[in-house]
Write a protein that binds this ligand. Structure first.
Ligand code: GLU
Length: 500
């Protein structure tokens, strides 16, 4: 499409004005390709240098939602040019996190480390066109300059010493610097923060290629956003100061810069920048702690975005309602209680079948073989009302699949000499029960209580301890049903043996 437009432009030059009617235009530029170029394309461009925390994945979510809402495309780009800090492990974490949350992408993952040739090519083109230059200022000179500027209370910036020297390529080390315009203003309308202006006089000639021949961050971002036809850059507010530099590089490419939107950062509940102590942990740690992707997405979308006072958003609703105008300008605060509240909500309301895989993983993490026992759907149904996370459901449900090692000390007091008689009677009734249903198991508990003139609670608590080793469980008849006849009888015998 770009080529066709250039052809068209050149063509126009030689044509009398009257030729420039719709017909001529439609011959040269096919309308479909114009529409293609209008498509919204956003990207998530993380640097794989550590854990992916909530702040980063929230940026990914907003960028993804923007594309999805606009019927556009979303691209994943791994910014791994910092060879020393980028790791394979961090890349895997990014890919796994995107996958867990269902943030799908039309293109990518692209890797900057595989595009080095392209950056060199553009840098050379810039030099040839006089848009960039070689600079061989020594480190000492730069350090000296900086020290002097700081002493004079000036902002440290390169002074353009080599700007007009036209240095040729040499085997001595040099950097390539972008010729930033010396004056004028860079102004842009931030999708989130509104109009922002920077004086060019505040910006210096940015290094775009290092002596090692490696490109620098701001340069790669622009070449990539240009090549990947990114229409909207939605990223963290920590990049606001990079934007005027990037816009200038875009203009040097003779291209229209994308629309930029900077998402405010996330603060801990104490108002300080989110850090480990607030839960700035890897997104995957939340998965491993038993949080549901639905809860996480819902939590993240509300972290700095709102739609009236609605709190619960399904994925489809987020996509439908997401409008960048509703992103708050102020930083959002992390709130663990709200995340838990949302997780409880989704645990209770999602189809139990959709939680099975996650629960299986939790059992595996807790070294419990959940293949011999009740179905996981049953366990979810009975435990989810009383749990915050999948991890908690698993932790509370070991006794359905495996014998507990000992009675909890508080629980032992329910296994008394006096309980032997009714425990033995209950055991007998369990043994001869023809159907193993909630209703008939409940009937047994009632009948035994009646027979021994005891409160139902007294009978139930002793049996609960016999079954689970503890004094807490879901309703006992359901617990008995799920534990299953064979294990129930074994554990009744074990309790009786323990008492005697
Ligand atoms: N790689 C940058 C980061 O992880 C993001 C760059 C961008 O979005 O433009 O912070």
């Amino acid at each position: 499409m770009g080529i066709k437009v250039i052809v068209f432009n050149l063509f126009c030059f030689y044509l009398p004005k009257s030729f420039l009617d719709y017909n001529v235009y439609s011959i040269i530029v096919d309308i479909k390709s114009i529409e293609d170029s209008m498509i919204v394309r956003t990207r998530f461009a993380p640097s794989p240098t550590g854990n992916l925390h909530l702040g980063s994945i929230r940026t990914a979510l907003f960028s993804w939602l923007y594309a999805r809402h606009m019927g556009g495309e979303f691209i994943l780009r791994i910014e791994d040019t910092d060879q020393e800090r980028s790791t394979k492990e961090a890349i895997d974490i990014i890919l796994e996190s995107m996958d867990w949350l269902g943030l799908n992408y039309e293109e990518g993952p692209f890797y900057q480390s595989k595009r080095l040739e392209r950056y060199r090519e553009v840098a050379d083109q810039f030099i040839d066109a006089g848009l960039a230059y070689r600079c061989n200022c020594s480190k000492e000179r730069i350090d000296d300059l900086r020290a002097k500027q700081l002493a004079n209370k000036q902002k440290p910036r390169y002074d353009g010493h080599c700007r007009n020297k036209n240095l040729p390529h040499s085997n001595e080390p040099y950097v390539v610097r972008f010729k930033n315009p010396e004056d004028g203003v860079v102004t842009y309308d931030d999708l989130i923060l509104g109009q922002i202006s920077f004086q060019n006089s505040e910006l210096d000639d940015l290094v775009i290629m290092r002596p090692s021949g490696f490109p620098t961050f701001n340069f790669c971002v622009v070449v990539d956003d240009f090549d990947m036809k990114i229409s909207h850059v939605i990223r963290g507010a920590d990049h606001v100061n990079n934007t005027p530099r990037q816009i200038n590089i875009f203009r040097a490419l003779n291209a229209t810069p994308p629309v930029y939107g900077h998402v405010p950062l996330i603060l801990g509940s104490d108002g300080k920048l989110l850090a480990k102590r607030h839960g700035a942990r890897s997104v995957l740690q939340y998965r491993d702690d038993g949080f549901l992707p639905e809860a996480m997405l819902n939590y993240l979308v509300r972290l700095g975005w709102s739609h009236g006072d609605q709190e619960i958003f399904s994925r489809e609703e987020m996509i439908k309602l997401f409008d960048a105008k509703d992103i708050n300008k102020a930083a959002a605060a992390f709130n663990q209680d709200k995340l838990i509240w949302l997780n409880r909500h989704y645990l209770k309301t999602l189809a139990p079948e959709s939680l099975v895989e996650g629960l299986k993983k939790e059992f595996a993490d807790q070294k419990i073989d959940c293949s011999d026992g009740p179905s996981l759907v049953e366990v979810i149904k009975i435990q989810r009302e009383r749990s915050e996370t999948l991890r908690e459901i698993a932790a509370k449900s070991h006794y359905f699949y495996q014998d507990f090692s000992d009675y909890e000390s508080q629980a032992k007091k329910h296994l008394t000499r006096e309980s032997v008689k009714f425990l033995a009677a209950a055991k007998h009734r369990f043994e001869i029960l023809p159907d193993w249903t909630d209703a008939s198991l409940h009937q047994i508990l009632e009948d035994v209580a009646k027979e021994f003139e005891l409160k139902l609670g007294v009978v139930a608590q002793a049996i609960r301890v016999a079954m689970t080793g503890s004094t807490i469980s879901p309703p006992l008849n359901i617990t008995l049903r799920l534990i299953g006849k064979k294990r129930v009888l074994e554990r009744m015998a074990r309790a009786l043996a323990f008492i005697s």
